[in-house]
Design a protein around this ligand. Sequence first.
Ligand code: 7RM
Length: 642
Amino acid sequence: MAEDVYKADAEFVSRAHVQGMDCYRALYRRAEEHPEEFWGELAEKELFWFDKWSHVFEWNPPFAKWFVDGKTNVSYNCLDRHLATPRKNKVAILWEGEPGDQRMISYQELHRLVCRFASVLMDRGLKAGDRAIIYMPMIPELPVAMLACARLGIIHSVVFGGFSAEALKTRIQDLEAQVVITADGGWRRGREIPLKKAVDEALAECPTVKDVIVYRRTGTPVEMKEGRDLWWHELDQNATEVCPAVPLDSEHPLYVLYTSGTTGKPKGIVHSTAGYLLQTLMTMKWVFDLREEDTYWCTADIGWVTGHSYIVYGPLAAGATTIMYEGAPDYPAPDRFWRIVEKYRVNIFYTSPTAIRSFIRQGDQWPNGHDLSSLRLLGSVGEPINPAAWEWYYKVIGKERCPIVDTWWQTETGAILISAMPGAVPQKPGSATLPLPGIVPDVVDMSGKPVKPGQEGFLIIRRPWPSMLRTLWGDPRRYEDQYWRRIPGVYLAGDAARRDEDGYFWILGRVDDVMNVSGHRLSTMELESALVRHPSVAEAAVVAKPHEVTGQAVVAFVTLKSGRWDHNSLAQDLRQWVAHEIGGFAKPEQIRFTESLPKTRSGKIMRRLLREIVTTQTVTGDVTTLEDLTVVTRLAAQHDEG
Ligand code: 7RM
């Protein structure tokens, strides 16, 4: 089968960090044969250390330690060490608010802001090991808060601003946070997201929280609770600018990020200090081929892992200029992203397949109306990118000049693990291509045996890597069960994949009860348990159906408690309910009421059948259909698997 293969041109290759396949192979081989030397040399060369480690790594499966006994600090590496270099006055964060306001913050200035805020946190009695929840819009004070926490060793957990008060509450409770850092609100499509209001609602049942620090972004009046709520700008008046970074153990937890798993309860992914820092930094060079003069833009929200690793920690550790945009891609018009690319002469642009597909839908006139000639490299993340979207991205955005890096990774992996190095590895549309140095993935069957090229199987990683998750917050058992037990001794990613004759990886999507809508992870169980908490609902079964733009869309099958219900208004209520319980982004596209759900004799809902129904039967638009599933139920009973 002839496949399209794309290679970077000679000019790109001649200036790339890694030039040509031989270079890639040599690097990969060295990492595979001598992992300790490989990572040890990089850690020594690329990071600042207060105290050097005693050995590179320790592996007590499934628990890994990297750069054991070393002392470093992520905030120091992202800020202080640049101040003695020409980066001192380089723009670190280039920010644009949705209304069009703009800030350019140099490394020196960012350092100052971070020190001031860290001194505020210290004054409030917070110290290494304490926990902070950060619930903020996409404004510079969000990375300032993250870096201030990192400076003192306060473990932070950023909660995406699209999550509801309810979702925020469960995260605060699970983390037993002492402080919540938030803002009055943020802008999205011209409307205000009332963050402080959600915090007030969440905190009714969060006894551990002593302080709420509120940054004024929108200026809308908010209620301030006496003895609990404090204005950022008032605290800042007593801040000091001398607030040294605390030397922290390599393994000190940097942050916890909650992500959807296969149960109703989100998992708190715990990331470390040194290993995480090193691998996010290295991938900035290997994958994004970062140069000193680049303007780099990752369009993710910092509330997701992509924003943590590739807006904040990776780029700042690398001394990059990282763009941060507050609002929606289509506000005030569908060319907002291209306006930003043109205005700031963006060189590296990293976005999601969902965004690309929605650009395709809006029409080529929007990008074509702007000068995109500054772009040198394009990236994709979050979901499989279909070849048609890849080709469009390549032609219409990259003008057939820019390599595309399709980057496979997860909240759990911390950094990109499978991706082309653009000056070395030829790209095939739809494939994440080859593993990065130090990463040993494979595709295996249920028993852990590698499958033949071209065959579908489970994606696994054979060896630990520096930025891998260390555990699940408060639940080391679940960590072991989820990732290391089902196929003993290897990391189970939860994705299906195949590998072609050239060793290229093709990621096919999740194999567990995790859905991927617009690159956002959603759990089947989490949605179902939210739905059954509604007083009208008896049972709910949630499945994903393919969607042209968002990759997948949520369809909820619902059986009701006895009573008389108006299905149309109830469907609206239930969508609202999900927004309340989880967040607006999780609203099912369709709610289908049914008399019964197909089940096995042991009572397990057969989601596979429901998936078949939603993929094979075309249902137009947002209509709610009443459907009798008794036929399917009978069928299911015959094919009982339970
Ligand atoms: C970074 C991020 C992880 C899941 C993962 C995959 C899917 C991510 C790609 C991809 C195909 C890609 N973290 N995924 N990147 N699938 N090609 N390049 O997205 O934790 O939110 O999601 O996303 O299913 O398991 S995440």
